[in-house]
Design a protein around this ligand. Structure first.
Ligand code: HEM
Length: 355
């Protein structure tokens, strides 16, 4: 495990023991908006379907937003908050900046919902529903989500640096990062199956292509044909602006090909391939079973998504329902000129230093 993660997890545990981090008991319900916003799911699905027409990647990006929200301060919509006088945004934390995307679509969803049922649907629940709808729109499972999350009024940039996994973490570190939020090894493997769609930028995997771990050679768990393809996308000493599909076989479809890719050493990220190529790892059998049985993968993915969506949620009178997903309500009435909204521009030099 990397020393930064080790220290981070130790600090998390100390903070937990001192009571600095509260774990709320979820009281989510599948019928939460039945009376107050009965069309919430179809409204969200409509915005996503429309966005998919011009951006086939957007579903993957929305699923990732939910993941990065839930792993930091729980599923409280904190990833959506912009910098302000009181907020140090998570979206500009090293592992999010110039990487997570989809904020504009979340804003479009929020606008549509504020028009249909004002002040009712939290931004945290929008991310939850958008994740499920994005998966089903791409051919994956659909499931009944639990709702009633409230939005947090703070962001935690340091938490984002600590709690989000890195693409170069070892398998042991990945397990620890997941365990820190109550997710086990099966959850790690099934949720990694989200890399069945979406893209990754060169800096997240180019360390494998030429001089892996200062060996002077590529990662030897990378299929040689695939290696050549990836070297074409990210030339040595190039500008690293290339994008690769996380799933080389069916890039925009949510299926179990991610797992058969791993069996052929066609995993894109180091952390993907480690699930299958780490000698003696207990994840290998899970990869094999998901590869041979898509229904088993889907069932496990749904179960793990429900667990992830339950991480430290705010319910009842905790938090608030934000009116604008990027701004806490107390700041909404103030001039927006003090906001320093993050953009989705790409500066790979900066992102590379964060991998
Ligand atoms: C196991 C640890 C994980 C690591 C190390 C990891 C790392 C990454 C990285 C580095 C990227 C590419 C980002 C970029 O190039 O800007 C990515 C993309 C993505 N990740 Fe993960 N991830 C992990 C787990 C997950 C989980 C649990 C989910 C969801 C349940 C997820 C969903 C996605 C999706 C859908 C994309 C593509 C996003 C897009 O195209 O915009 N990942 N991930």
């Amino acid at each position: 495990m990397s020393s930064s993660h080790g220290i981070a997890i130790a600090l998390f545990c100390i903070a937990f023991l001192l009571g600095g981090i509260s774990v709320s008991h979820a009281q989510l319900s599948s019928t939460y908006y039945d009376e107050t916003c009965p069309n919430v799911t179809s409204i969200i699905r409509g915005v996503i379907d429309n966005a998919l027409l011009s951006d086939p990647r957007i579903g993957a990006s929305l699923l990732r937003l939910h993941f990065h929200d839930c792993f930091v301060n729980g599923c409280d919509g904190s990833i959506l908050l912009n910098n302000s006088d009181t907020i140090e945004s998570e979206k500009e934390a090293a592992r999010n900046n110039n990487s997570v995307r989809g904020f504009g679509v979340v804003d479009d969803i929020k606008t549509a919902l504020e028009s249909a049922c004002p002040s009712i649907v939290s931004c945290a629940d929008i991310l939850t529903i958008a994740a499920e709808e994005s998966v089903s729109a791409a051919g994956g499972p659909s499931w009944t989500v639990l709702l009633g999350r409230r939005d947090g009024t703070t962001a935690n940039r340091t938490g984002a640096d600590i709690s989000l996994p890195s693409a170069v973490d070892t398998l042991d570190t990945l397990k620890e990062v997941f365990l820190a939020v109550g997710l086990n090894t099966t959850d790690l493997v099934s949720l990694s199956g989200a890399h069945t769609f979406g893209r990754a930028q060169c800096p997240t995997f180019s360390g494998r292509l030429y001089d892996f771990n200062s060996t002077g050679s590529p990662d030897d768990t990378l299929n040689s044909t695939y290696l050549e393809t990836l070297q074409g996308i990210c030339p040595q000493n190039g500008n690293e602006t290339g994008l690769a599909n996380l799933d080389l076989t069916t890039p925009d479809t949510f299926d179990n090909n991610y797992f058969s890719n791993l069996q052929l050493e066609n995993g894109l990220l180091q952390t993907d391939q480690e699930l299958f190529s780490t000698t003696g790892a207990d994840t290998i059998d899970i990869v094999n079973s998901f590869s041979s049985d898509q229904s088993a993968f889907f069932a496990s993915f749904v179960e793990s998504m429900l667990k992830m969506g339950n991480i430290s949620v705010l319910t009842g009178s905790e938090g608030e329902v934000r009116l604008n997903c990027g701004i806490v309500n107390a700041d909404s009435s103030r001039s927006e000129s003090f906001l320093h909204s993050s953009t989705e521009t790409r500066d790979n030099t900066e992102y590379k230093s964060a991998i």
